[in-house]
Write a protein that binds this ligand. Structure first.
Ligand SMILES: *[C@@H]1O[C@H](CO)[C@@H](O)[C@H](O)[C@H]1NC(C)=O
Length: 358
């Protein structure tokens, strides 16, 4: 979403007072992916399709539903069809292990620097995004790298940011050599630590994307912001690793995060959502549904809360659970696993993901 937000939607219309988990007990063996995969990947796992308490908060406008589904249109603007250079801006205090989870996810999209992970993979997940094209029939690029990183551990613009002061954070970072202004292929991703509050965070948004203003940053650069909700609202923005109705993270009904960090594992799906939308609607004039460009419904919005086949009506869809109970729906580099929402496919005219049963 652009100006508008990763709105917390109401995919879960039926209220369930306690969580129930359907375990299908299917064993899945990776017979065909044995070469050089980590032990982790070769291990069998079970499939589950949990029904969870609904997200209680919603910014309703987005959820009117299916009429918008048929209305996803191309509005003639550019998509990110050149190789995508991501510049990470770490705002606040981040541990190296948190940073590594996020970087491993981003670097799992493209396989230029590493062997493809076992199916279903993050690389396969991005293939739905590359189905989008611009007027010249150029597809969104599958070539994504982390081109630079900047850390602001001093909270230079305070511990509360607004939509506009996030642009000041970007301005400060691009003024700091050697962190460049990359007008050609650059995308700026501002990540705020769990102690930073952001306008509308937790109430209406978990992340958003937009572009910078020349008056603020000196250039028009596509960017996204995603916050670590771990301390502020995991039941909203790190769902389903925390679910409403329980204190803090965890608790009965919530699912165990694949990398053991509720806030950061929750951010991964939001980062995926925002990158998919940034790539398909970087200047908010390319791919979106709805007639109002100030409140576009984009390719991630259409599938929020859906992680596998058989989702909807309170179910998140069929995902995997490993031997130690951690849930995931796709594999990444270095044996990492992630849980990432599905994306709307312009070919299938439906939400689609690498772990679809077909
Ligand atoms: C490019 O997009 C078209 C139209 O959706 C699709 O048929 C084609 O497979 C895409 N190519 C790649 C490499 O994703």
């Amino acid at each position: 979403m652009s100006i508008l937000p990763l709105t917390i939607f109401l995919f879960f219309t039926s209220f369930v007072s306690s969580a129930s988990v359907q375990t299908l007990n299917l064993k899945h063996h990776h017979h065909h992916h044995h070469r050089l995969q980590s032990d982790d990947v070769v291990k069998s796992h079970t499939f589950i399709n949990p029904k969870l308490p609904p997200i209680t908060y919603t910014d309703s406008k987005k959820n009117e539903g299916s009429s918008e589904l048929v209305n996803l249109r191309y509005h003639m603007g550019p998509v990110l069809s050149s190789p995508i250079n991501i510049y990470l801006i770490w705002y606040g205090k981040w541990t190296p292990s948190q940073q590594l989870i996020i970087k491993d996810f981003i670097l799992s999209i493209s396989t230029t620097n590493h062997r493809a992970a076992a199916h279903p993979s993050v690389t396969d997940w991005w293939k739905t995004v590359t189905l989008y094209t611009d007027q010249t029939n150029a597809n969104i690029s599958a070539n994504i790298l982390i081109a630079g990183e900047y850390s602001d551990q001093k909270y230079t613009h305070g511990t509360h940011l607004t939509r506009l002061t996030i642009q000041d954070v970007i301005a400060t970072s691009v003024q700091s050599a050697p962190f460049p202004v990359d007008h050609k292929n650059g995308v700026y991703l501002v990540l705020t630590s769990s102690d930073v509050t952001v306008q509308d965070f937790c109430r209406a948004v978990c992340g958003f994307h937009y572009f910078t203003f020349a008056s603020k940053v000196g250039y028009t650069l596509p960017y996204a912001w995603v916050g670590n909700s771990g301390k502020q609202c995991p039941e909203v923005c790190a769902y389903p690793f925390a679910v409403p109705g329980y204190m803090g993270s965890g608790g009965p009904g919530s699912l165990a995060p694949p990398n053991g960090d509720v806030g950061v594992d929750g951010m991964i799906s939001v980062i995926g959502h925002e990158l998919a939308e940034l790539a398909s609607n970087p200047l908010v004039n390319a791919w979106y549904a709805g007639e109002d460009p100030t409140a576009p419904t984009e390719i991630g919005d259409l599938c929020e809360g859906l992680y596998g086949s058989g989702g909807g009506g309170g179910y998140i869809g069929q995902v995997m659970k490993d031997a130690s109970g951690r849930t995931f729906n796709m594999n990444g580099r270095r044996g990492r696993r992630f849980m990432v929402q599905w994306i709307w496919s312009p070919v299938l005219k439906a939400c689609s993901g690498p772990n679809a049963l077909d």
